[in-house]
Design a protein around this ligand. Structure first.
Ligand code: MN
Length: 258
């Protein structure tokens, strides 16, 4: 059987007609991770320890031990990450169908709004206005919220004050719309988690976790370079590590863009 689609794809990638864009942040001990209220157990950041590097411990080879929480740096949220999604047999890093790990992306640019208001909330009405301009969001596709938050460095990234973190995110009615009316694959963001910094005050709290995962949908956090993608037309490749019963994992997210 011949199919020219794949041949054309690699040819177009070689000529640059299709761009390959890395949507992942570097992973080292400075990679920022989410902090929870102090009564909860915290997730450790990334740690690298050398096993050997062409030395007495291994004269011709270099390798390291790595450790971190599953939700570190650019990472994947599986449905089983949340209590509302715990009963999906295909909702863990080793059981998610591989067909779900390559999909089209809709990129909603709210970078201007997010620059003006760190607590900016993406609503269903804003999504509908975006669709009126760019076309409807198809079932089985990603919605990526571009905030340019990945351009922030240091303390400005988590943006914490005495009331907690202040970062943009989706409203409950936004997630409700994307799940019920659009049957999306998942929701991805540039911030440390898929919900707004103040999202625990929403009803329901943390809708991108509660409602997305409750409907067997996926999440992507700490993405970067969303400013290099068109509103529609990009495809993203998002396989997490195949951790048995994993709730998520750091990953390399690669976009193919026209
Ligand atoms: Mn996560």
């Amino acid at each position: 059987m011949t199919n020219e689609t794949l041949t054309n794809l690699v040819r177009d990638m070689a000529t640059g007609a299709i761009r390959v864009v890395d949507l992942s942040v570097p992973l080292d001990e400075n990679t920022q991770v989410i902090g929870l209220p102090e009564e909860f157990e915290q997730s450790p950041g990334f740690k690298l320890e050398r096993i050997s590097q062409y030395d007495d411990k291994g004269p011709a080879w270099y390798w390291n031990k790595i450790s971190c929480g599953e939700h570190t740096g650019t990472h994947f949220d599986a449905p089983g990450h949340w209590v509302t999604g715990k009963d999906y047999n295909d909702g863990y890093t080793d059981t998610i169908a591989p067909e779900k790990l390559i999909a089209a992306a809709n990129v909603i640019d709210v970078s201007k709004e997010s620059a003006e208001d760190a607590d900016y909330v993406l609503t269903a009405d804003k999504v509908k206005a975006w669709e009126a301009e760019h076309g409807a969001i198809e079932a089985g596709t990603w919605v990526l919220m571009r905030t340019d938050w990945s351009k922030r460095t240091g303390a400005d990234f988590l943006n914490i004050d005495e009331n907690g973190s202040h970062c943009p995110g989706p409203s409950p009615d936004c997630i409700e719309y994307l799940v019920k009316e659009r049957d999306v694959l998942g929701f991805g963001v540039e911030t440390v988690g898929t919900d707004a910094g103040q999202g625990f005050h929403f009803d329901p709290p943390l809708p991108a976790h509660t409602l997305m995962h409750g409907n067997n949908k996926l999440g992507l956090a700490s993405l970067t370079n969303l400013d290099q993608l068109p509103p529609k037309g990009a495809v993203i490749v998002t396989p997490p590590l195949k951790i048995v019963n994993g709730s998520g994992s750091p990953l390399r997210v690669i976009a193919l863009a026209p």
